[in-house]
Design a protein around this ligand. Sequence first.
Ligand SMILES: CSC[C@H]1O[C@H](OP(=O)(O)O)[C@H](O)[C@@H]1O
Length: 362
Amino acid sequence: MRINSRDYTTIWLDSDGRRVHVIDQTVLPHSFETKTLANCEDAAAAISAMTVRGAPLIGVTGAYGMALAAWRDPSDAAVASAYAALLATRPTAVNLRWALDRLRALLLAAPVSVRADLAYAEAAKIAEEDIAACQAIGRAGAELIHKARRGDGPINVLTHCNAGWLATVDWGTALAPIYTAARQGAPIHVWVDETRPRNQGASLTAFELLGETIPHTVVADNAGGHLMQHGLVDLVIVGSDRTTRAGDVCNKIGTYLKALAAHDNGVPFYVALPSSTVDWRIADGVRDIPIEERAAREVTHISGRGADGATFEIQLTPDGSPARNFSFDVTPSRFVTGLITERGVCAATEEGLKGLFPDLAG
Ligand SMILES: CSC[C@H]1O[C@H](OP(=O)(O)O)[C@H](O)[C@@H]1O
């Protein structure tokens, strides 16, 4: 998408065909900076530190991490070591395992001499597939937005966290339908959940929507239920980090509470995701999806820009108050109106997903 009139993707290959560049999402929206990944360790650190984040982008970064590893050492042992190091970075987004499994299988089946070139080609293919999938999600979801129009007023969409182009290679998942419908002329307004504690909504989704000149309002996470009670939300669209074959959806912490409020107020609750985010191995998300727990400091402290323009961190909580930082929760499929995928919209059920992806469901 565009930043200051220039088209960007979140990750791209250097002209040397080996190093990888990424947008540093830890300093947005107050600063636009990029980082260069020169080896597998850089890729792993970028995922762990959330320099790059969002399930599809984590997967693509993992794929390039395997390519960076094969560039340095294409041996079986090095491939195995890179796989383990990258997989250990963040446990919840299944796209990471999906991409690493794809690269590992390809590399171990190939002669050592061609592994580096093969890995870079496959990582680039995964990135291109992600862009195409997100564009298709945009087209499928835009139809839902147009249908949600009531009279001449704006169509009010609430979203949680950041599932925009910054969470993917381009276009995004939950925001792709918003971008597509807006470019088709739909009058959209977006309620942007700030999304404590890392504030991906306030810092990243708001940044994206400003860039696309889409009207939006940042709200506290806890405002969503009130907005829905007062008829100010026509539909909810969120992303996913891992969706089970039965349609349970794991997404940023707080998503489950929005789904409960939507259910109670009869507001359609959609989840946008590419098939690379479906974990076909499991059905019960609450039981079987690993929930990342990050540093408590992300809860006890917050960063922002001061009046002098400098970014700094402050402490919110008293010295000595313990904190815990659960990064995701699981919304049972019964609270999900539908899944918006690259092959269209389906029910959040095993039958619905099998209907769209018989080739993947096994
Ligand atoms: C399109 S995946 C976006 C998904 O990823 C975010 O998590 P994080 O920022 O911690 O990587 C959040 O759950 C988004 O919905």
